[in-house]
Ligand binder design. Structure first.
Ligand code: AGP
Length: 632
């Protein structure tokens, strides 16, 4: 959370910083600020709220500076007020710092600095950093190792060695007008290499319009960017040899392309995403008679063979995708599978099971809890060794992320950049990864016949057209239906089996973008308590597709109807029983039950989107949220 950018070079910094912050606003939008250095002065401008407020403040200001840093904030310590907005400075306002992350020992550092006479003017954890750097500039610790290179670099090095927590920093100073210092410790930071100009940012899309040569810092590294080049050091002061790599990126991906919101555009991109996944991971020439695996995941045998268990660690929507994954891994590949919230697992891991594959699922590849849980699991399994040795797999939309560096084997979900804070297309792409993985494991374990596999694959191939059909049929209807619910205060979503996670996902989507209270339940659990919530004011959305639990879910829906709840059914097309049961129908093609979540998720995404849009809310940047959750 929080986005940081920095620039040093020959162009006007301020415009580049603002453009970078626009790209990073998904990381937080409680406040924004920039600090630039020119002609011996530091110019700092900050504004509460979205970036547009900062842009308004900067309008008409001439700023010739060629060096600067910027920040967009998701508040952790201190309310989203201007005095808490980054950049933060030292007392003389000659040095400025932007930070992403949390400094866990900020209280003790603050006390120490106060005793030395420093005064604080924000409620943030960040403000200790400029004061600490200032202190080390004035009174360098005796063990200075980088002073010959730069006094600022050395002071930053000494300061970061005092910090505990997860942080990425960018630092500029009037007294060092040719230097931009950046730091990474458990929070992402990339450096872009241009011609005589260098960039830094929390995420590569902020750099990509200028250069595709990018170096991603590792934890415990500091870099000094000057117009002459980039030097990278460990926190110990040891110099490293590092080179940028070239990224592929297409700027068109971050345009709204005529859609009112990114979320709606991303919902409509789903058929294309599924096509890309099929083209990438499925052998198009596969013939059941070949006896070969149709899946092209290119994962090592040592990861996949002889598995007894799978455990999956994830958060939020990725956790919901993992629940679908559990169903597939158990029902298709026959492997007992456990899904854990990464934030819970990291402090209460289950006892080690042998021959277990651990899968980390994260759209961004940067979720702090997921990364920490995976790292912990990797370490404890490495210590144990033997049958308990780590077998780690990542499923992510950003293979160039921290997850990609932590775990050697990664399945990329190929969804393209997702801007809306509410995950949509990346969710269906994660489901696709689980279809491919469970089919590959089923093939290796001979868990299902090749004929059954061929059936599932044929079903997968039909999905892009079926997704288009659902989107086309429902867009207008769901928009109209949403009018009935713009004042509703509570919603219940129910589903069973492989569609229970879709009930959870429907409720999460509605909560996060419309601020309506919503709960997802396994339909059979309603009568054990939640049914007490129901009356005519609480609509119930039931995911009821044909398969093992169809009749059961219809009965559960009837039970809700008997309590006056308005019933909305995500149901098979042309189903007389469903037509009788529900007040409103959101029909989807009648497909193999295993594939149904790929289609049932569309109506619940559309419903949430249209209710939120109808309520006039900021669908792409809902309050209090950030796309990438890089703090605990
Ligand atoms: C999804 O709509 C949410 N914004 C959120 O729950 C998200 O899925 C969660 O923060 C996990 O993110 P990740 O997939 O990037 O790890």
């Amino acid at each position: 959370m929080c986005g940081i950018v920095g620039y040093i070079g020959t162009r006007a910094a301020s415009g580049i910083l603002i453009e970078g912050l626009k790209t990073l606003e998904y990381r937080g939008y409680d406040s924004a600020g920039v600090a630039t250095i020119s002609e011996g002065t530091l110019q700092r401008t900050r504004a509460k709220g979205k970036l547009i407020n900062l842009q308004t403040k900067l309008e008409g200001l001439e700023d010739p500076a060629r060096l600067g840093i910027g920040h967009t904030r998701w508040a952790t310590h201190g309310k989203p007020e201007e005095h808490n907005a980054h950049p933060h400075t030292d007392e003389s306002e000659r040095l400025a710092v932007v930070q992403n992350g949390i400094i866990e020992n900020y209280r003790e550092l603050r006390e120490e600095l106060k005793e030395k006479g420093y005064t604080f003017c924000s409620d943030t954890d960040t403000e200790v950093i400029p004061h600490l750097i200032d202190e080390y500039l004035k009174n360098p610790a005796p063990e200075a190792v980088l002073s010959a290179q730069s006094a600022l670099l050395e002071a930053v090095r000494q300061a970061v060695n005092r910090l505990r927590g997860a942080f990425a920093l960018a630092i500029v100073s009037v007294d060092f007008p040719d230097e931009l210092i950046v730091v990474r410790q458990q929070a992402p930071l990339a450096i872009g290499f241009g011609q005589g100009e260098f960039f830094c940012a929390s995420d590569t899309p902020a750099i990509m319009p200028y250069t595709q040569a990018v170096l991603t810092l590792e934890n415990g590294e500091i870099a000094r960017l000057t117009p002459m080049g980039v030097e990278v050091y460990e926190f110990s002061g040891h110099r490293l040899k590092k080179y940028p790599r070239t990224l592929n990126w297409n700027p068109i991906m971050v345009e709204k392309q005529g859609f009112k919101h990114f979320m709606l555009k991303e919902i409509y991109e789903q058929p294309g995403v599924v096509r890309t996944c099929l083209e990438t991971y499925l052998d198009t020439d596969w013939d059941v008679s070949s006896g070969e695996s149709p899946i092209k995941l290119d994962l090592p045998d040592a990861l996949l063979d002889g598995l007894q268990h799978v455990q999956i660690l994830a958060c939020g929507t990725s956790w919901h995708a993992s629940l679908v994954g559990k169903y597939l891994l158990e029902q298709v590949a026959g492997i007992p599978t456990f899904v854990q919230y990464a934030s819970e697992f990291r402090y209460a891991p289950a006892p080690l099971m042998p021959n277990t594959m651990t899968i980390g699922v994260t759209q961004s590849g940067e979720t702090a809890d997921t990364l920490a849980a995976l790292e912990m699991e990797q370490n404890r399994r490495t210590e144990q060794g033997g049958d308990y040795a780590p077998r780690m797999l990542g499923i992510t939309n950003r293979v160039d992320s921290s997850l990609g560096r932590l775990i050697p084997d990664v399945v990329g979900t190929m969804a393209g950049i997702e801007i809306g804070v509410a995950a949509t297309k990346t969710f269906v792409a994660q489901l696709m990864a689980f279809y491919f993985l469970s089919l590959e494991l089923a093939y290796r374990r001979k868990a299902i016949s090749l004929e059954r596999m061929a059936e599932i694959i044929e079903g997968l191939r039909q999905l892009p057209a079926q997704l288009e059909q659902v989107l086309e049929a429902q867009e207008r209807y769901v928009e109209e239906l949403s009018h009935d619910f713009s004042e509703t205060q509570d919603f219940i979503f129910i589903g069973r089996g492989i569609n229970y996670p879709i009930a959870l996902e429907g409720a999460l989507k509605l909560k996060e973008i419309s601020y309506i209270h919503a709960e997802g339940y396994p339909a059979g659990e309603m009568k054990h308590g939640p049914i007490a919530l129901l009356d005519e004011k609480v609509p119930v959305v039931a995911i009821a597709t044909r398969g093992t639990v169809y009749e059961k879910v219809l009965s559960n829906a009837q039970e809700a109807k008997a309590r006056d709840a308005q019933l909305i059914g995500v149901v098979p097309m042309n189903d007389a029983e469903a037509e009788e049961t529900f007040d409103s129908l959101l029909p989807v093609p009648d497909v193999d039950e295993l594939l149904s979540p790929m289609l049932t998720v569309i109506p619940v995404q559309l419903l949430s989107y249209h209710i939120a849009a109808r309520r006039g809310l900021d669908v792409d940047q809902p309050r209090n949220l950030a796309k990438s959750v890089t703090v605990e």
